[in-house]
Design a protein around this ligand. Structure first.
Ligand code: ADP
Ligand code: ZN
Length: 223
């Protein structure tokens, strides 16, 4: 048996459910969720140089430079908790990032366990993303139409009442993010297929079904 800890990659356009599923995997399997989007939003909020450079790019729905994203990701991956299994959510998004990830993992004596493509329809993504919001306290995700909390404005999970919407979650910016996805990220599906690590999941299915499909994949890779 290999003593390598799992490295899972979640691929898919904005709204495909990468964040939701990564959080489930973190809770249920003890994997560490590494979301470059969350890291960048934290950098923006903290006003770091990387955050200042990234803010306008993110609000326009374009991709932040590989240089900034790689610096942020590498710093996070150097933390000891990442020696457990990791789920990369929103990374890699370009050829350059994928190549850098291969190198980083090789340096750590690790490799990709599976790259999972969450397959969805673009039009549905515009609707999903434009209505979504999260609990500011615990990060639980909600949606104006598809996933309302039991009591409006109050988090089912932690009782928090500070709900947050992302600056880039509006219909116009989502269309730009979808374009960026198809132009720069979707080609990575073929890249991981050629490596023999690609798995495809129908992510138009209900959340619990997608979680079950991912569970079968992570079960196979012995998390
Ligand atoms: P989503 O997948 O729903 O678009 P994310 O939170 O993953 O949301 O990303 C939000 C924004 O952050 C992206 O539109 C992009 O500007 C930036 N971003 C996140 N991850 C990366 C990355 N790996 N490379 C470049 N930009 C990124
Ligand atoms: Zn909450």
């Amino acid at each position: 048996m290999s003593d390598e800890t799992p490295v899972l990659i979640l691929l898919g356009p904005p709204g495909a459910g990468k964040g939701t599923q990564a959080r489930m995997l973190e809770e249920e399997n003890g994997l560490i969720q590494l979301s470059t989007g969350d890291m960048l939003r934290a950098a923006v909020a903290a006003g770091t140089p990387a955050g200042l450079a990234a803010k306008a790019v993110m609000e326009a729905g374009a991709l932040v430079s590989d240089e900034i994203v790689l610096a942020i990701l590498q710093e996070r991956m150097a933390q000891p908790d990442c020696n457990k299994g990791i789920i990369l959510d929103g990374f890699p998004r370009t050829d350059g990032q994928a190549a850098a990830l291969d190198q980083l993992l090789a340096d750590q004596g690790r490799r990709i366990t599976a790259a999972v493509s969450l397959e969805v329809d673009d039009e549905a993504m515009v609707e999903r993303v434009s209505g979504r919001y999260t609990c500011g306290a615990c990060g639980e995700g909600y949606h104006d139409r598809f996933r309302k909390p039991a009591k409006a404005g109050t988090c089912d999970k932690c009782g928090g009442t500070d709900m947050k919407r992302r600056a880039d979650d509006n219909a116009t910016t989502v269309r730009e993010r979808l374009k960026a996805y198809h132009a720069q990220t979707a080609p990575l599906i073929a890249f991981y297929e050629a490596k023999g690590v690609l798995e495809r999941i129908d992510a138009m299915a209900p959340i619990a079904e997608v979680t079950a499909s991912l569970g079968r994949i992570t079960g196979r890779v012995a998390v």
